[in-house]
Design a protein around this ligand. Structure first.
Ligand code: SF4
Ligand code: SF4
Length: 130
């Protein structure tokens, strides 16, 4: 399977994750995240920056004790790659009993995913995005 087909499968999985409106201007859960290779490459491409630049910013941030994701646009307080944000970012706040938003924001409880469902999505995305 080529990367385009793999990304299409990843997107199909991501489309099953419920969405919700966050607290305005909040980015409290935008720390360093783990993501698959294909998700990472797509995020870098969408950011319009080089991987080297993003890595350097991450290093600089960490040296200063800043744990904010380097893909966050700090001026607008928004994710610079929102349309292609990785699976773990989408799962935050939508899993029953874990990854809960510290401010209590969440989708309708009936649409929230179980632990098993979220782990299965992460496992499949990781496998496809290797
Ligand atoms: S999920 Fe919660 S902590 Fe994360 S950005 Fe949204 S409101 Fe903020
Ligand atoms: S990729 Fe976007 S949503 Fe995910 S942690 Fe970074 S800024 Fe936040």
């Amino acid at each position: 399977m080529n990367n385009t087909a793999k990304l299409a499968k990843i997107d199909a999985l991501l489309s099953t994750i419920p969405t919700f409106q966050c607290k305005e201007g909040c980015y409290d859960c935008c720390g360093p995240v783990e993501l698959s290779r294909l998700e990472y490459e797509r995020c870098i491409q969408a950011s319009g920056r080089t991987a080297k630049d993003v890595k350097q910013q991450m290093k600089n941030n960490l040296k200063q004790g800043i744990y904010t994701c380097p893909l966050l646009n700090i001026e607008t307080r928004q994710c610079s790659v929102y349309a292609v944000r990785p699976s773990i970012c989408r799962l935050f706040g939508v899993v029953k009993g874990e990854l809960l938003c510290p401010h209590g924001y969440a989708p309708e409880s009936a649409t929230m995913l179980s632990n098993e469902q979220s782990r299965e999505i992460l496992r499949k995305v990781e496998e496809l995005g290797k």
